[in-house]
Write a protein that binds this ligand. Sequence first.
Ligand code: SF4
Ligand code: SF4
Ligand code: FES
Length: 236
Amino acid sequence: MRIEVDGTIFDVKKGNLLEILLDLGFEIPHICYHKAVGSYGACRLCIVEIEVNGEWRVVTSCSTDVRGGMKVRTNSKRIEDLRKGIIELLAKYTSSDLVENLASRYGIAVEGERRCILCGLCVNVCSIMGAHAISFEGRGIEKRVSPPFEIETEICRGCLACVNICPTGAIRFDEKGEIVVEKLIVAHHEMLECSICGRFVISKKHAESLGMMEIICDRCKRQIAAREYAKSMKIE
Ligand code: SF4
Ligand code: SF4
Ligand code: FES
């Protein structure tokens, strides 16, 4: 099907408008959309305008399916002003490399202290994993990611999906085996080391649930595969 983006015609396949625009090379800031999690509509940074019955409407591209004949504007003054407003709010309340990067594009100073931008990726990936160990608590500026009753939880499996998906480092894992969001402990896990390099790789609980017999980190797995390939090709 054909769509028009910023005055240029493109042939595209069916799908999510944000992904299509990114594939076409348009720079659309986006935080809360992730292929593994889908659209959540929290950050609203991915907004674009689409023409509907002769009127330009603002939509979140991550939650819009592309249609044949669609006309899209990605960088109109209206969109840039709205995006700037969203980034100003993020910069007022939060601070992280991600926010610094976005704010610097608009000459905005970052003043916030907390890292969490409430994008929801950790909460959503945890529920996709079937654990539901974290959720949002509170409202407004008190809203935060938390285990139930803000108490360390046994429900957490230690899969670290939340840590790996978090774009700001607000939820992290430390060497004591604690998963921490901002200053709140989500769970404590016994961690298992890579049998080759000794780095902590996975929680014992998660390894057991996956029936893992041998613990080898991804980096060591890649090195082993590369060595085996070189051997098979007789490369020294
Ligand atoms: S580590 Fe715990 S909180 Fe994080 S996604 Fe896995 S089960 Fe959920
Ligand atoms: S902890 Fe990270 S992933 Fe979770 S809502 Fe905050 S910024 Fe998003
Ligand atoms: S990426 Fe679309 S609303 Fe966040």
